[in-house]
Design a protein around this ligand. Structure first.
Ligand SMILES: [Zn+2]
Length: 89
């Protein structure tokens, strides 16, 4: 299901569809729908959406990276940051 998002591009706003929002937080991995915060045009064919984790124990911001797959259609490719594993684990 495509979601229509307004991306900030300098002073302009450009609407585009994305395939989905992340289903989990990349930091705490809580399987909760995150809250939309903001969306930007990063460079040509790459857009970023800032989300907030809705787990009360985390509430961290993170970014979803989207790549263009067709005109005004973007696909979620990954989320960042990821917490580095503890040494020795
Ligand atoms: Zn989280």
């Amino acid at each position: 299901m495509a979601l229509l998002v307004s991306f900030l591009d300098g002073e302009q706003v450009r609407a585009a569809n994305v395939d989905r929002f992340p289903e989990a937080c990349p930091l705490c991995e809580a399987p909760r729908a995150p809250r939309f915060i903001a969306a930007i045009v990063r460079v040509a064919h790459v857009r970023q959406i800032c989300f907030q984790c809705t787990s009360v124990d985390c509430r961290s911001l993170f970014i979803g990276n989207y790549q263009e797959e067709a005109k005004a259609r973007y696909r979620l490719v990954d989320c960042e940051p990821r917490r580095a594993p503890c040494p020795g684990s």
